[in-house]
Design a binder for this molecule. Structure first.
Ligand code: NDP
Length: 278
């Protein structure tokens, strides 16, 4: 039976550490501030933004939510981002995805100053400690570290190649000296590849997509997937009940990677605030 990697406990621990760091910064006159821009009325996004705002309050980060209507033009959004780029009181800018159809996500994300991009989407994943790491993959790395799972030399398989999760996840595992394979919808005989994995990361967006027969005995299984089912039930990309019996470590959904993503957002905001005032 696998050990559960408890994202809730770890994120609470990190938040406690952050509270202390923020209190120190405030004594130096540094007041970390995050601005979240929410465009349109996607109900899942509204929940995510509320949670981020609440978490900021818990650790002492000042946060503001700017809401813009569904029909907002790209130019209007770019103007808001530019204003926030120029505003010295703002340390972190987060534009909640997805954006309405008329707006090109890449153009908007690229317009955020890298030193304020607390989602870490524009990060190049270098060994530079000052870079703000993409939150979800950074949260996964933190969970692996905390569980004492060494990545170096391990076979890592990431299922999913999005710019937000799959690709930066693969880059961070590679940076940690893992031997990394990235799978996607065109991968042939996916199960044969995933069965090779010592560390398997699922970021597909399909409920219970990773079944027990796709997992090697003793593998570490990380479930990034968040699939909203009927009656507000959340399911991961991994068939938790069956895979738990084979894996050595596994993350639950909910209570796993999602909470770590928010904790990493807070961490990036604090780091951005500390760096921008140097
Ligand atoms: P995307 O839809 O952007 O990417 C999904 C990836 O899965 C694509 O690369 C796609 O391949 C691949 N894929 C789809 N079907 C298959 C298949 N049959 N076999 C192999 N690969 C397949 O999703 P995201 O990366 O944005 O998100 C993935 C999941 O993670 C979602 O459930 C999302 O809600 C969740 N998420 C969770 C976060 C958290 O904090 N826990 C944060 C962000 C996302 P291809 O490229 O070929 O289309």
């Amino acid at each position: 039976m696998a050990t559960i990697m408890d994202g809730k406990a770890l994120s609470l621990k990190l938040k406690e550490q952050m509270k202390q760091r923020i209190a120190q910064l405030k004594q130096q006159g540094i007041n970390p501030k995050l601005v979240v821009v929410l465009v349109g009325d996607n109900s899942a996004s509204q929940v995510y933004v509320r949670n981020k705002h609440k978490s900021c309050g818990e650790v002492g980060i000042e946060s503001e939510v700017i809401t813009m209507p569904e029909q907002t033009t790209q130019q209007e959004l770019l103007e808001v981002v530019e204003r926030l780029n120029q505003d010295e009181t703002v340390d972190g800018i987060l534009v909640q995805l997805p954006l309405p159809k008329q707006i090109d996500e890449k153009t908007v994300l690229r317009s955020i100053l890298p030193e304020k991009d607390v989602d870490g989407f524009t990060c190049r994943i270098s060994a530079d400690e000052r870079d703000l790491m993409p939150c979800t993959p950074a949260g996964v790395m933190e969970m692996l570290r905390y569980a004492g799972v060494a990545v170096a030399g391990k076979r890592c398989v990431v299922v999913g190649r999005s710019n937000i999760v799959g690709k930066p996840m693969a880059a961070l595992l590679l940076q940690a000296d893992g031997t990394v394979t990235v799978c996607h919808s065109k991968t042939r005989d996916l199960a044969a590849v995933t069965r090779e994995a010592d560390i398997l990361v699922a970021a597909v967006g399909k409920p219970h997509f990773i079944t027990a027969d796709m997992v090697k005995e003793g593998a570490v299984v990380i479930d990034v997937g968040v699939n909203r089912m009927a009656e507000k039930k959340l399911l991961g990309d991994v068939d938790f009940e069956a895979v738990e019996k084979k894996a050595s470590f596994i993350t639950p959904v909910p209570g796993g990677v999602g909470l770590m993503t928010i904790a990493m957002l807070m961490k990036n905001t604090v780091r951005a605030a500390a760096q921008q005032t140097i």
